[in-house]
Design a protein around this ligand. Structure first.
Ligand code: LLP
Length: 427
């Protein structure tokens, strides 16, 4: 688990480094990543899927330093763009351990995938099948391995914006409508493509293992039907990611061992029932690998009591480094980094510096009444989809990422500069 703890004097330490020292040395807002925590979660997933493939979904957080840890831990990689492939390449990720995803792969994405020779491409639309066949034919290598992304018709029971397994959304080929079977026939008819298996991803922040098991059931039915109609037996089954992470104490979450046990038991039963050779499982956790390893540090830049009586604490970041509260109503915990007080606390609303009333980071925080400007606040569980979704809104400079481990801190991504901000403005 995250190596965050309170030192004897009440100061917050992450990976053995004082949070206030990190804020002084690297400035704020600052994304901090606990390397040992990331590595432990990589190992836990690998141990939970012996013989399977664990592909880290790098959309959650991608930079060379992090991908190097993931590579060293023996994981594969789920990349979703030419940009993510470029970082993977720089980190030395072996191409045969990479899967390329996307419902809207551009020519640039596909060219990058072929020039890097990524092992697997996950097909998401009919038009993509022909484009892939043309790309594959222009190379000298053997057939390109592809997975077919199917829609199992399972609701992940999560936020609507994160639901991707139902019939009325933009990803994959429907099993129920026959679109998936038709796409499979087409791929099987392309000699430059090799249909290696199927993929589904029912959504994100899913806390109910039963939904994965039901999706698996539908996908196995499809494989069995495909064996009957086309005489093919596929040997890979990718169940996607989406394993829930508790952002706050008491939130539901899924542990790697529980996911592994439930999914593998279900697969074994289904394969025995259908007398189908057990396909190799792939899973694609993003958030479950990095979310909890991340802490974001801010400094207080304002304290104000509104006429309503509500106390607003303004920090030097906000929706530009964490858009999740406004996009998904995500909730976080926050604490003072430099001291521990509970006496004299009062309810406050932590807001960002952006010019929108919706830029609320934590609506229900509790902080001491003598909070001073410049004090450092720490928001927990910000390792996934924070740095990755950061923007320059209000032309703020994007925040750096620092790795901590065993009492040492190392810069992984530097803070943007004003020159960075102006560099693309060529008018
Ligand atoms: N595989 C596929 C095909 C995906 O689309 C995703 C996430 C994952 C794996 C990894 O899901 P995870 O294990 O990280 O939940 N921006 C949102 C999350 C969007 C997830 C998109 N796809 C958020 O901040 O909650």
């Amino acid at each position: 688990p995250l190596r965050a703890r309170l030192a004897a004097d009440g100061e917050l330490e992450i990976g053995g480094v004082r949070a206030t020292d990190l804020a002084r040395r690297f400035g704020t807002p600052l994304h901090v990543l606990d390397e040992a925590d990331v590595r432990e979660r990589c190992r836990a997933f690998r141990a939970a899927f012996p013989g399977g493939e664990v592909a880290y979904a790098s959309k959650a957080m991608s930079c060379t330093g992090l991908l190097r840890w993931v590579r060293e831990e023996g994981l594969s990689l789920d990349a979703s763009s030419a940009g993510e492939l470029a970082v993977a390449r720089r980190s030395g990720f072996p191409a045969d351990r990479i899967l390329l995803h996307g419902n809207g792969k551009t020519g640039e994405d596909l060219r990058a995938a072929f020039s890097y020779a990524v092992g697997t491409i996950v097909v998401d639309s009919a038009a993509e099948i022909s484009r892939l066949a043309v790309q594959a034919a222009s190379g000298l290598r053997g057939p390109q391995a592809v997975l077919l992304r199917v829609v199992p018709g399972i609701d992940g029971g999560t936020h609507a914006a994160l639901t991707t397994g139902t019939e009325d959304q933009q990803f994959g080929f429907s099993l129920a409508s026959g679109a998936a079977a038709e796409a499979a026939h087409r791929i099987l008819g392309q000699h430059r493509l090799r249909l290696a298996g199927v993929h589904c991803h029912i959504g994100s922040q899913i806390a109910d293992l039963g939904r994965y098991v039901r999706a698996l059931d539908r996908v196995m039915d499809f494989l069995v039907r495909l064996r009957a109609t086309d005489g093919v037996v596929l040997d890979r089954l990718d169940l996607g990611g989406g394993f829930a992470v508790p952002y706050r104490a008491g939130d539901p979450g899924l542990e790697p061992a529980d996911v592994g046990a439930a999914v593998q038991a279900a697969l074994t039963t289904l394969c025995a029932r259908h007398r189908y050779p057990t396909p190799r499982l792939t899973i694609e956790p993003g958030r479950a690998i990095v979310a909890r390893a991340g802490v974001t540090l801010y400094r207080v830049v304002g304290v104000k009591r509104a006429a309503s009586g509500r106390v607003f604490v303004t920090v030097d970041g906000g929706m530009s480094d964490n858009p999740r509260p406004s996009l998904y109503q995500a909730r976080y915990t926050v604490r003072l980094a430099g001291r521990t007080t509970t006496a004299n606390n009062r309810p406050v609303t932590i807001v960002g510096r952006h010019c929108e009333a919706g830029d609320v980071l934590v609506p229900d925080a509790s902080l001491p009444a003598d909070l001073r400007l410049g004090e450092v606040l720490a928001v927990a569980c910000t390792g996934a989809y924070h740095h990755a979704m950061a923007s320059n809104y209000n032309l703020v400079r994007r925040s750096p990422v620092v790795a901590v481990r065993g009492g040492r801190a190392r810069l992984l991504v530097r803070r943007e500069t004003e020159d960075d901000l102006l560099a693309r403005d060529v008018g």
